[in-house]
Design a protein around this ligand. Structure first.
Ligand SMILES: Cc1ncc(COP(=O)(O)O)c(C=O)c1O
Length: 447
């Protein structure tokens, strides 16, 4: 049975838009910045101590953030970093990922998930996603090789992947898991927060994230060896313990690293980077963390109202949500039955004032130029370029790797039907009802 034809003409055909607008901007955490963030930041400025490890009067904002974040996720440690991408890189370094290792990455994700792997000169092995938009455990199992060193589930849009079957596959093969939690801070699966299931969780505080410091990131882990490597990688590959003026006491991170550190003679050499979080970002992220659950409560309430309002409509299905109670509530995802109607549907919804869009432009992550068409300057010819810049030529690095469309056909077909709508935690009931009215109009006319 088709949807009910709309009583009003579509806005795209000259009718009145269902959502009078303006549409609330997609900056969930940023809109909750207030007195608390101001107070934390001013304390850092007043103490003139913007660096976490030393300064005139270090306020330990990053260390406090780490302690409270780890407690919320249920891990032993958290480590504050400069971005979510840095968190993935540092997390992978913590797992010991290096050149020519293979990391299984979902075909549907943001470029950073794959980029962090490639930046370590490791290979991405792209696996299919299912209708939950999470990694398909059967395809992950099929893509494991003797070179597989990590599996990276990505919790897209506030929804936790179905982790139980993924972790079972990982465990069976003895492969560590790094969860990309950049879009899903605070979301949970079976009562435990994301970032607390795998060997490492990676979070982002970039400005569009659920909580934000403008830029920033953090990893969570309970594994001392992972933490120890990650800690050194994020700070030049070494330790500051014992250096004059370095603040260790009161800093859980530094104290934890000291505890996790093996005797110097046994240390693996790590050529580190500099991904340390500064006290200003730490101050903002700390105040935001303390608001996380109240932001989630609003977002969840709004998503429930929106989903209930769409009940009975035909022509699409909702993305499956493995654990609805843990959904952060920040995104609505739909799969239209007919991929041929996606563009017309998006255009009509936008005309109604509701900015529905394709998920990642309808393309898998490996379609990105920097992955599929890499042509490093030092490649001698096109065939050589396929080997670089990811790994050097020759043994023990194996055959050249080319990335091309068709690698994950089920995910490509899924993306051709996939839509996303950001749900602001600040929506009023009237705005949510207008959004529902827009869906009802457009579904009635087009699906
Ligand atoms: C899934 C995913 N992973 C990683 C990142 C990287 O985070 P950042 O922008 O903080 O580097 C993002 C950011 O948008 C993301 O969406």
């Amino acid at each position: 049975m088709p949807n009910l034809a709309p009583a009003e003409p579509l806005a795209i055909a000259g009718g009145t838009p269902a959502f009078a607008g303006p549409w609330p901007p997609d900056y969930p955490g940023a809109f909750f910045i207030g007195e608390e963030e101001r107070r934390e930041v001013l304390e850092v400025l007043d103490r003139r101590s913007l660096f976490r490890y030393y300064g005139p009067e270090t306020p330990d904002k990053v260390a406090t953030l780490e302690r409270e974040f780890a407690a919320k996720i249920g891990t032993r440690w958290a480590l504050g970093l400069t971005s979510g991408t840095a968190a993935l890189k540092v997390g992978l370094a913590g797992l010991g990922i290096g050149p020519a290792d293979e990391v299984i990455v979902p075909a549907m994700t943001f470029i950073a998930s794959a980029g962090a792997v490639l930046a370590h000169r490791a290979y991405c092995v792209f696996a299919e996603c299912d209708e939950s938009f999470g990694l398909d455990p059967a395809d992950v199992a099929a893509k494991i090789t003797p070179r597989t060193r990590a599996i990276m589930p990505v919790h897209l849009g506030g929804v936790a992947c179905d982790l139980a079957p993924l972790l079972a596959v990982a465990k069976e093969h003895g492969i560590p898991v790094i969860e990309d939690c950049a879009q899903s801070a605070g979301a949970s699966y079976r009562g435990r927060r994301v970032g607390g299931w795998g060997d490492v969780g990676a979070f982002s505080f970039q400005t569009q994230k659920i909580i934000t410091a403008g830029e920033g990131g953090l990893i969570t882990t309970s594994d001392p060896a992972v933490y120890e490597r990650a800690f050194r990688y994020h700070d030049h590959g070494g330790y500051r313990f014992g250096q004059e003026g370095v603040r260790v006491s009161g800093s859980t991170a530094a104290a934890g690293a000291e505890e996790a550190a093996p005797p110097t003679a046994q240390l693996e050499a790590i050529v580190g980077e500099v991904y340390r979080m500064g006290e200003l970002a730490g101050a903002v992220a700390l105040a935001q963390l303390r608001k996380l659950d109240s932001i989630l409560a609003l977002a969840r309430r709004n998503k429930r109202r929106l989903v209930a309002g769409l009940a009975g409509l035909r022509g699409f299905q909702f993305r499956t949500v493995p654990d609805a109670a843990g959904d952060a509530g920040t995104r609505l995802n739909l799969l239209l039955d007919d991929p041929g109607r996606v563009d017309a549907f998006c255009r009509a919804m936008r005309a109604e004032g509701v900015p529905v869009a394709r998920v990642y432009g309808g393309l898998p992550v490996y379609a990105a130029d920097q992955i599929m068409h890499r042509r490093p300057g030092w490649a001698v010819d096109a065939a050589d370029a396929l080997r670089r810049p990811l790994v050097p030529l020759g043994d023990p690095y194996g055959p050249p790797v080319a990335y091309h469309m068709g690698m994950c056909p089920r995910t490509e077909a899924l993306l051709a039907r996939a839509l996303v709508l950001a749900i602001s935690p600040l929506f009023t009931d009237a705005e949510l009802d207008a959004t529902v009215a827009a869906f009802r109009k457009v579904c009635g006319a087009l699906l």
